[in-house]
Design a protein around this ligand. Structure first.
Ligand code: URP
Ligand code: ZN
Ligand code: ZN
Length: 463
């Protein structure tokens, strides 16, 4: 057997197994896993002794080059995917947004153009549906057949993204007919808007009021309603960016009843809290995203949820806006601060550090949360999300004991602050391969803009 690349003696960690072996790569795929694989004819031999070798991270929630609130997210598909690669993410799923009056096809075409020639890692799209007045539900079914099987709906942002319950239910019925997955932004947008207007009328305009006007009950109520609608429609539902214990309880109850209900949380909800919004002056704007940061005690509940499989995935909801000229748009009014934070680069380190070194769960569970479950839930498994013969050679050589301090001074996201500034993490990405090609080596990006491929996906698996 002849390999192009052999990774020798690494500790292979998948969602189920941990063992020392060699990985032989031929072309873009893993060709063999074994002990003492032949290296004579390999062009590249990588010594991974003492290192973990894990499947490339899959981030199923990013917003690159996304218009929002009169500006657009600061990373495009080139800078965002480079930053992702530095952190060990080799696949992402972004959101193609259908605005009112548009077809879903138009949305997908726009986002395909944004990514083409720029993405350095493989990518796919969920389609955000904001309007079903036309033939969009027929399009939804065509999208599922064509490899775009997941759709995000909003229960928040009235007048912009929000769908009413009847439209949500119709969309869920269409998804149920063809095996699609509904991803839900679960916050009660109507109630939140009333609270926001009251705060503004009382002169409460600083960034912290973004969080104080979006109570946990609004998230829990919407999570419960999303689950109930999905149960009636008979479709799986995936709650995005779950931030609080009250919403987690709704997910847990549904899963205990055997429903196909899934949820993700994000590193910001595990590491940051409402206290961070007390930062002086306008600094709290760094943490203006939705759902907002919660009281600190929720963090422990979310870590437990990840350990016990009440939560299945950690994504980033990477949606970066610079403080200068972008977040500043809301200097005098928190409702004008573009919503979102930067996180695409440090997901693996933060979750390994807090989760595995923090004693919450095993390295296998870590792989499940950042790679395998996302691949299964979003129709990419076993091409992505595991280390097996025949899978894409998307691999990360990860130093479980390496340490790093997260900082704007060293990160690669095109944003002028870090949400995790000064956080010391243990667990660092050393080398990254995307379909057999090395893209991160010796602390440098050595990949190529445009090398990332659009991924057609299967229907979501039951996990
Ligand atoms: O604040 C956030 N999360 N911005 C991105 C859009 C979304 O709702 O995911
Ligand atoms: Zn959302
Ligand atoms: Zn998002």
């Amino acid at each position: 057997m002849r390999f192009d690349t052999v990774i020798r003696n690494g500790t292979i960690v998948t969602a189920t197994d941990t063992y020392v072996a060699d990985i032989g790569i031929a072309g873009e795929r893993i060709a063999a896993i074994g002990v003492g694989l032949p290296v004579e004819n390999a062009q590249k031999v990588i010594d991974a002794r003492g290192m973990m070798v894990i499947p490339g991270g899959i981030d199923v929630h990013t917003h690159l080059d996304m218009p929002f609130g009169g500006t657009k997210s600061a990373d495009d598909f080139e800078s965002g995917t480079i930053a992702a690669a530095y952190g060990g993410t080799t696949t992402l799923i972004d959101f193609a947004i259908q605005y009112k009056g548009q077809t879903l096809r138009h949305a997908l075409d726009i986002w395909m153009k944004k990514a083409e020639g720029k993405a350095t890692i493989d990518y796919a799209f969920h389609c955000v549906i904001t309007d079903i007045e036309g033939a969009q539900l027929d399009e939804l079914k065509a999208f599922v057949r064509e490899g775009v099987p997941s759709f995000k709906l909003f229960m928040a942002y009235p007048g912009v993204f929000m769908l009413d319950d009847a439209s949500i239910f119709r969309t869920m019925n269409a998804a149920a007919d063809c095996g699609g997955m509904i991803c839900m932004h679960a916050e009660n947008g109507g109630a939140i808007d009333v609270i926001v207007q009251r705060a503004l009328a009382e002169g409460k305009r600083s960034p912290k009021y973004h969080a104080l006007t979006r109570p946990t009950t609004a998230e829990a109520e919407a999570t419960h309603r999303a689950i109930a609608l999905a149960e009636m429609a008979g479709t799986p539902v995936y709650i995005v960016h779950l931030s609080c214990n009250e919403a987690l309880e709704k997910v847990r109850e549904a899963r205990d009843r055997g429903l196909r209900v899934y949820a993700e949380t994000c590193p910001q909800y595990l590491y940051l809290s409402l206290d961070d919004m007390d930062a002086p002056g306008f600094e709290g704007a760094k943490y203006v995203f939705t759902p907002p940061l919660r009281e600190k005690w929720h963090q422990e509940k979310l870590w437990q949820g990840l350990a016990k499989d009440d939560l299945q995935v950690v994504s980033t909801d990477h949606c970066p806006f610079c403080m200068k000229e972008q977040k500043e748009l809301g200097k005098d009014d928190f409702t004008k601060i573009p919503n979102g934070g930067p996180g695409i680069e440090h997901r693996l380190s933060l979750i390994y550090s807090g989760g595995v070194h923090g004693g919450k769960f095993s390295a296998n569970r870590f792989v499940q949360l950042v790679s395998t479950a996302p691949a299964k839930l979003f129709g990419l498994y076993p091409r992505k999300g595991t280390i097996a013969a025949g899978s894409d050679a998307d691999l990360v050589i990860f130093d479980a004991n390496g340490e790093q301090t997260i900082s704007v001074a060293t990160h690669h996201m095109k944003v002028d602050y870090s949400m995790f500034e000064g956080t010391r993490v243990k667990g660092v990405t050393k080398m990254v391969l995307s379909r057999g090609n090395i893209i991160i080596e010796n602390g440098k990006f050595v990949g190529r803009a445009g090398a990332g491929q659009f991924l057609k996906r299967e229907n979501p698996a039951r996990i």
